[in-house]
Design a protein around this ligand. Structure first.
Ligand code: GDP
Ligand code: IMO
Ligand code: MG
Length: 439
């Protein structure tokens, strides 16, 4: 299988996450992969809220912080400065990979500028969500929002590099924990105060274990570019969860789109040659927030069951719905998408009719542009185009010609509406269940 994707490629989700980015990144990171060899695979945003599944034969990997490209011995995996790192999760992931004989020595690099997630971030995430009750965001409780907030606040953020200035780290951490304990006590009432000594000792131990991997990844990536090396960027979350361009406030706390790639790596925009948008053949969302094409019925459950739509990170059932080309066209424009991979096409097998959302109306008037403000999406009316479904399973299909005419019609209709070439269709979690598309 060959696909034409030249130069440095960013792979990012076009919906609300879980589009199948892990599968595509892993497939493309293989030196004999469909788009040729990549030397680096780089995570640039998000943290352990991400859960990227990679299936290789009988083995299944759930990656949270380490780029999915690590499973390829050819590529160096980089966790760049825009990522927020929970060292406990990262070290568990590293140990788990080593145990499964994945090579992890010189080929993992961690930015000294990345911010660290501390236990008080996870606690704050949980307490804040509990307090909000029905109005909660539905976060993964991985401490992501509180950590990015502290990064922006400056005086309460701690970066990986600071772990190695022990006196400075101790003084700063002590001051922050004292402050957090006062805030938590007054905002959330009773809870076990966070103990400075145990957090400090724990993080000093983490620091030693992470040391071999820590470097200035900005310098590393600039050197890679001047040496003519090829880079793949692994997006986390999805375009509609982007803090600026997603369905705010039901979003994550970082820029998951191409904007985040630039700030999250320190590379200039000119280094991105192609942006591959990854989308499901339908839509899903975990947590709260608007979802105009949601299916709270038997069809929604059918999709959830066939797609095994339960979160990789939290195990929560994912909400399901029809594909939404109004939201997708917006995601494509905002992120400069050059081509598309459509995933989980096999899940739609067996449906009589398949619907595509083509426009939104509010009070009878058509909306021209996706309103990313969550409240504007309440009460909108969705207009659909209806296409025939197909009956026979397609998980064994390996070329475009193996797909039923109705599936091709579905892909062609989407390609026409989205005005970008669909280059990949995926018909199962395994690597070989991937088809090069040329319509
Ligand atoms: P990511 O966060 O974008 O990497 O996606 P997740 O890994 O969270 O969720 C995608 C899920 O779909 C995983 O369980 C994958 O193994 C699975 N998957 C990926 N592609 C396909 C496909 O084409 N068909 C089916 N049935 N499952 C797929
Ligand atoms: P991957 O990379 C799906 C969602 C959460 C919640 C909102 C905010 O696997 O596609 P956060 O913990 O980030 O503060 O939660 O964002 N969310 C994801 N949904 N896939 C993800 O990552 C997600 N990361 C965050 O469910 O609605
Ligand atoms: Mg996921």
């Amino acid at each position: 299988m060959k696909i034409d994707l030249q130069g440095n490629v960013c792979v990012l989700g076009l919906q609300w996450g879980d589009e199948g980015k892990g599968k595509i990144v892993n497939l493309m990171a293989d030196p004999d992969g469909p788009a040729g060899r990549f030397d680096f695979v780089v995570r640039y945003s998000g943290g352990a809220n991400a859960g990227h599944t990679v299936v290789v034969g009988s083995e299944k990997f759930a990656m949270h912080l380490v780029p999915s490209g690590i499973l390829s011995p050819a590529a160096t995996a980089v966790i760049a400065n825009g990522v927020v790192i929970d060292p406990q999760v990262l070290l568990e992931e590293i140990e788990g990979l080593k145990y499964r004989n994945v090579k992890l020595e010189d080929n993992l690099k961690i930015s000294n500028k990345a911010h660290l997630v501390f236990p008080y971030h996870k606690l704050q995430d949980k307490l804040s969500e509990q307090q909000l009750g029905k109005k909660s965001i539905g976060t993964t409780c991985r401490g992501i929002g509180p950590c990015y907030s502290d990064k922006a606040a400056r005086t309460t953020g701690i970066r990986v590099g600071e772990l190695y200035q022990k006196e400075h780290f101790a003084e700063k951490l002590r001051r922050i924990i004292e402050k957090k304990n006062i805030i938590f006590e007054s905002l959330y009432g009773e809870h076990q105060p966070i103990d400075f000594n145990s957090v400090f000792e724990q993080y000093c131990e983490y620091a030693e274990r992470l040391k071999p991997y820590v470097c200035d990844t900005t310098a590393l990536l600039h050197q890679a570019i001047s040496d003519g090396k090829r880079i793949m960027f692994e997006g986390a979350q999805g375009a509609l969860l982007d803090i600026d361009h997603g369905t705010y406030p039901f979003v994550t706390s970082s820029n998951s789109g191409t904007g985040g790639l630039i700030t999250g790596t320190g590379l200039p925009p000119s280094c991105i040659n192609n942006v591959l948008g990854v989308m499901k053949a339908y839509s899903t969302r975990v947590g709260g927030g608007p979802f105009p094409t949601e299916l709270n019925n038997d069809i929604g459950q059918y999709i959830r069951d066939r797609g095994n739509e339960y979160g990789t990170t939290t195990g929560r059932p994912r909400r399901t719905g029809w594909i939404d080309t109004v939201a997708l066209r917006y995601a494509i424009e905002v992120n400069g998408i050059t081509s598309i991979a459509i995933m989980l096409l096999d899940v739609l097998t067996g449906l009589d009719k398949i619907k595509i959302a083509v426009s939104y109306k509010v009070d009878g008037a058509r909306m021209d542009f996706f309103p990313a403000n969550a409240y504007e999406l309440e009460g909108i009316e969705v207009e659909y185009e209806e296409l025939p479904g197909w009956r026979d399973e397609i998980t064994e299909a390996r070329t475009q010609d193996d797909l039923p005419a109705e599936a091709i019609q579905y892909l062609r209709t989407l390609q026409d509406i989205l005005e970008r070439p669909i280059k990949i269709a995926s018909v199962g979690p395994e690597r070989d269940q991937t088809i090069a598309i040329d319509l």
